[in-house]
Design a protein around this ligand. Structure first.
Ligand SMILES: NC(=O)C1=CN([C@@H]2O[C@H](COP(=O)(O)OP(=O)(O)OC[C@H]3O[C@@H](n4cnc5c(N)ncnc54)[C@H](OP(=O)(O)O)[C@@H]3O)[C@@H](O)[C@H]2O)[C@@H](O)CC1
Ligand SMILES: [K+]
Length: 525
């Protein structure tokens, strides 16, 4: 599992080392790691000697890291320029930079655009204006220069610790921000690099170890991300004694006469993601479409019989389907079954949900959901608000509803009611397509139905993540989000990176699950 921390958590971990006089050593390690990454990137395109690099240096230690890194690059034969964005910058770093032969220019009111044009053609730019000590975003000439550079699209931007203007803890962004190709981050990954909009500005994230890591081991991370290895361990797989009922039976209330496709996608995805059986509840017209795509499913017209989990809501429309949603929700509440609540069912929630109810809104649906909660008071939340502060709002929704909340997006966040948050980002932009969410609901339903026992087992794979039982449902949802994202990314790769349909995402699910199981060397069923 990858852990990410707030700027403050990182600074707290640094403190004992700073107090014992090791600050300069930490900075050297950070600067060396940063310089090495620039070397690697530049060498992919050309010879290092004579290549040009400009470091944009702010007044704090982030600027210090950048200047020390540039001094190293000057000694490796690169043509180095420092644009100093403050009257005073880190004095030792500046001295090292000048001694290595670097050229310095001062950013002043009036020369921002000229400097941007000058360095936009360089082989690399290091953004070392603001780091974890930033309050708010770039201002004045620095903001002007960054805005101009962003328009000029430089060929390689390496952010020092984090792109300047990004909040290290929340991922909230104070524009303008220069999009990085690579962010070299020190000591621990900053949470703002694993949640939007920050993650969208950070490019690839490289972690450089500087020696503070032992101090972070006992810290509860701000964000968690499951790796392929975690997924291999957590994904359910049947054993030899399995039968279809023990495997996880999923009840699905989805679709309607108008939106039959949502039911088709949700049910078929659940079947492909390994549910032992899927029971479908809906009108005859939708049921016909469901059964023609998934003959394995059962159309339930009366009492649906036993299930291990429910999916409620994709494509539901009209009083009849809403009544089925209400009936299933009541049964689930009475019997303690896990439920995935999507789309049309999000408006039919009880006042308080348990953590094994997983809500799956996108940003607009989350805004509507929050607005409908009396506990939020008079505050109105819009889709733009959620998109600007997804980590804040997904946590708030989980806290106020009591449910686990999965917020769909380029980076998918899943929050437990107590505030444990997972962030998965395997998907690709082509997945923002009609029906993609219906596929996720089916995959999640199948994973939930198969995992319920494992989640409750205090010696099981979910417990091994070190989470309380109520928080483990967020990990279950993260597993499904990751499978969905990987299926989309792999399907697009099969089309040379081309566009996707929801059906193509769905078709990729079994292969992803199979290859992830292999990742953990788990015997195949
Ligand atoms: N600690 C360590 O040993 C290690 C730290 N490391 C590195 O240090 C970075 C953190 O350094 P930092 O604490 O100096 O903060 P940083 O972000 O560089 O500068 C902020 C300064 O700028 C100012 N300022 C604030 N907001 C502003 C704004 N919007 N616009 C303009 N100015 C603004 C503010 O000054 P003030 O205005 O308060 O006088 C503040 O002093 C960290 O990201 C990592 O790269 C690594 O080397 C590993 C070892
Ligand atoms: K920076």
């Amino acid at each position: 599992m990858i852990s990410a921390f707030t700027g403050q958590q990182i600074r707290d971990a640094e403190k004992p080392l700073l107090d014992s006089g090791e600050g300069a050593v930490l900075m050297q390690r950070a600067a060396y790691g940063l310089a090495q990454e620039v070397v690697r990137q530049v060498k992919r395109k050309r010879k290092l000697t004579g290549a040009s690099v400009t470091v944009l240096a702010g007044k704090g230690n982030n600027g210090g890291d950048g200047l020390f890194a540039a001094a190293f690059l000057a000694r490796r034969g690169m043509r180095t320029t420092a644009v100093l964005a403050a009257p005073e910058v880190h004095p030792e770093a500046l001295a090292a930079f000048t001694a290595a032969g670097g050229r310095t220019l001062r950013l002043e009111p009036g020369n921002a655009e000229e400097l941007a044009v000058m360095c936009a053609g360089d082989d690399a730019i290091i953004d070392a204006l603001l780091g974890t000590g930033a309050r708010g975003g770039l201002r004045g000439a620095a903001a002007e220069m960054i805005a101009s550079l962003q328009e000029l699209r430089p060929s390689l931007v390496v952010a020092c610790d984090l792109p300047s203007g990004l909040d290290a803890g929340t991922g909230e962004v104070h524009w303008p921000v220069l999009d990085a190709d690579v962010t070299v981050t020190f000591g621990g990954i900053k949470a703002g690099l694993m949640t939007d909009p920050g993650e969208g500005c950070a490019g690839r994230v490289e972690l450089v170890s500087i020696g503070i890591e032992p101090g972070l081991r006992s810290v509860s991370p701000e964000l968690r991300r499951l790796t392929a290895r975690d997924l291999g361990r957590l994904l359910p797989a049947p054993d030899r004694r399995a039968h279809k009922y023990s495997r996880g039976v999923l009840g699905v209330v989805a679709g309607s006469a108008r939106f039959a496709g949502a039911a088709v996608l949700s049910v078929h995805s659940a079947a492909l993601a390994g549910a032992g059986m899927v029971r479908y509840l809906g009108p005859e017209s939708a049921a016909r479409a469901v059964l023609s795509r998934t003959p394995e499913a059962l159309w339930e017209t009366g009492d649906p019989g036993r299930v291990q989990a429910w999916v409620l809501g994709p494509g539901v429309d009209g009083a009849e389907q809403l009544r089925r949603v209400g009936d299933a929700a009541k049964t689930a509440m009475d019997t303690g079954l896990p439920v995935v609540v999507d789309a049309g069912a999000l408006g039919a929630l009880p006042d308080r949900c348990p953590p094994h109810w997983i809500l799956t809104p996108h940003a607009g649906e989350l805004a509507t959901l929050l607005d409908s909660l009396p506990s939020l008071g008079e505050i109105a939340v819009t889709r733009d608000d959620v998109e600007a502060r997804p980590l804040h709002f997904v946590r708030l929704a989980a806290e106020l509803t009591g449910a686990t909340v999965l917020l769909k997006g380029a980076t998918t966040l899943v929050a437990s009611p107590s505030g444990v948050v997972f962030s998965q980002s395997e998907g690709i932009a082509w997945m923002a397509t009609a029906g993609s969410g219906d596929v996720l609901s089916g995959v999640l339903g199948a994973v939930v139905a198969q995992s319920a026992e494992e989640v409750r087992d205090d010696d099981g794979a979910y417990a091994a993540l070190g989470l309380e039982q109520a928080d483990r449902w967020a990990a279950v949802a993260a597993v499904a989000a990751s499978v969905h994202g990987r299926a989309g990314a792999e399907a697009s790769a099969n089309f040379e990176g081309g566009p996707l349909t929801a059906s193509a995402i769905m078709a990729g699910v079994p292969r992803v699950i199979g290859s992830l199981a292999a990742e953990y060397d788990r015997p195949r069923p």
